[in-house]
Structure formats: C-alpha cells, structure tokens
Design a protein around this ligand. Structure first.
Ligand SMILES: Cc1cc2nc3c(=O)[nH]c(=O)nc-3n(C[C@H](O)[C@H](O)[C@H](O)COP(=O)(O)O)c2cc1C
Length: 160
C-alpha cells in the first residue's frame, strides 16, 4: 500500500513514533511518506474542545494514497486540536482507509489515549473515512524505541 503518515508533534515524541512507523511499514513492503503538519500560526496548547482557528499550510491530497495515518500527542485527555483540524479540513476522505496513532505522557491508556483514538475515529467516520486501527504509545517505557516498534508492528497487523 501507499501510505501517508500525517502527524502533529510539538516536542518530537510523536515524530519519533511516526518515523518508527515509517521504518516498520517499509520493512513490511509498503511505501510510506511522513508529513509533519505545518500551520500559519502556532497552535494553542489547549483541549480540542476549546475553539481556535487553525490554518494548515501543507495538507496532502488523500487521493495520492491508499491509506492515511493520522498521529499526534494527547492533550488534555483528548486528541491534539491540530490533528483533528487536519481531519476536518481534508477533502476526499470518503471511503479512504485510515489509522490513528497517539503518544502520551501518562502511563495509562485511559488517561487520554483511548479517548483521543476514539475521538479521531469518530471524526474520520464523520468524513466518510474507514478507520482501521489505532495505536497508543505511552512515554513510560523502559526503552521507548522498542516500545514504539512493538506498537507499530501491532498496528500494522490490524490493517485490513
Ligand atoms: C498541553 C498538553 C496537554 C497534555 N495532556 C496530556 C494528557 O491529558 N494525557 C497524557 O497522557 N499526556 C498529556 N500530555 C503529554 C503529551 O501527550 C506527551 O508528552 C506527548 O508524547 C508529546 O508528544 P509530542 O512530543 O509529539 O508533542 C500533554 C502535553 C501538553 C503539552
């Protein structure tokens, strides 16, 4: 499959996870592009429920890909407002296979990770996309890189 890994990363953790995903996907024979979201103005560090205007300058064309993977940090027990804005602002997601991935600071998935993946899946369904799977990486691992590789492999096993 031709896959776009589209992500928001403020301090680099989700970016590392996106890079690990790219490596693992490529080893599994897929083509994978990583694209970090850019905006006209800095994104306010706030809950996705707080209104803010986000102007994204580099949205990809989903028609160029078989699957889009959307990733970002967990903020305030939910998804990053930027990755949700990307889902909302993207055209041509109808029928598109998608995945979500998040990184989080707290050690338990219920401290925002599950809610973020659920929120992103609902936003994707609202655009007519077909969410396939979600991955959550907490930063409380002895070896973060190994943990990211495990989460990435689990995600890929779930792809339809
Ligand atoms: C504004 C803000 C809110 C956050 N809220 C949560 C949270 O609710 N739960 C959690 O586990 N981590 C939370 N974190 C930690 C980030 O999710 C975590 O550090 C993440 O890996 C950062 O990813 P990044 O380096 O790609 O930006 C928060 C961080 C920030 C800056």
């Amino acid at each position: 499959m031709k896959i776009c890994i589209l992500y928001h990363s403020q301090s680099g953790v989700t970016e590392s996870f996106a890079n690990v995903l790219q490596e693992v996907l490529q080893k599994a024979g897929h083509s994978a592009d990583c694209l970090k979201l850019a905006t006209l103005n800095p994104v306010k560090q706030a809950s996705v429920r707080d209104k803010q205007e986000i102007k994204i300058t580099n949205l990809p064309d989903p028609e160029a890909y078989d699957m889009i993977m959307f990733g970002g940090p967990v903020w305030a027990f939910g998804p990053s407002p930027l990755i949700v804005a990307a889902i909302k602002q993207m055209d041509h997601l109808q029928g598109k296979k998608c995945c979500s991935f998040v990184t989080m600071g707290f050690p338990f998935r219920w401290m925002g990770g599950n809610a973020a993946i659920g929120y992103m899946a609902r936003e994707l369904r609202a655009k007519g996309a077909v969410p396939q799977a979600g991955a959550i990486c907490t930063r409380f691992s002895k070896d973060l890189k190994v943990s990211m590789q495990s989460r990435a492999k689990e995600l890929i096993l779930q792809l339809g």
